[in-house]
Design a protein around this ligand. Structure first.
Ligand code: ZN
Length: 163
């Protein structure tokens, strides 16, 4: 088990496009394990490889703490609907902002054996999948925020008025 350092906004590694994974080597398996460890340690919902400084198309997600999802080389097959809600990112600590995304997404991805699978998500899972996919192309959610980026502390003072 190893916790990797999470890169933060302003780090150029977060602005680059990631390369496809063509072979899952022992090093990549180690990276995947470390990404899950790092995600859980940070109490996050999702983490993309560039957030730990590796420019490969690998994403880990767990929206409940009990449903680990690994997506290698994910791509969008279908989206529908719309949701607007607060979003945050482990690479943008202490901040949040309103982002509109599709409410449903279907993606094609590959597992650790590079076997393809389809995965569908709605609401938080769809949001997490799309947010992480953006990381693989060098995009952060702050580019999509409607209105201003807020401090999480201020938001907590407001006691969920937006809900
Ligand atoms: Zn993020």
């Amino acid at each position: 088990m190893a916790i990797r350092k999470i890169r933060e906004i302003g780090d150029p590694v977060l602005e680059k496009s990631c390369k496809e994974v063509k072979e899952v080597t022992p090093r990549i398996l180690e990276l995947i394990n470390d990404m899950f460890d790092t995600l859980y340690e940070a109490n996050g919902v999702g983490l993309a490889a560039p957030q730990v400084g590796i420019l490969k198309r690998i994403v880990v997600i767990d929206t409940t703490g009990e449903d680990p999802i690994l997506m290698i080389n994910p791509r969008i097959l279908e989206t529908s609907g719309e949701q607007t809600g607060y979003e945050g990112c482990l690479s943008v600590p202490g901040k949040t902002g309103h982002v509109t995304r599709p409410n449903y997404v279907k993606m094609l991805a590959y597992d650790e054996n590079l076997e393809p699978f389809e995965i569908e998500g709605t609401e938080l899972l769809a949001r997490a999948m799309l947010h992480e996919l953006d990381h693989l192309d060098g995009h952060l959610y702050v580019e999509k925020v409607e209105g201003s980026l807020k401090d999480l502390e201020d938001l907590e003072d407001m006691e969920d008025v937006e809900e």
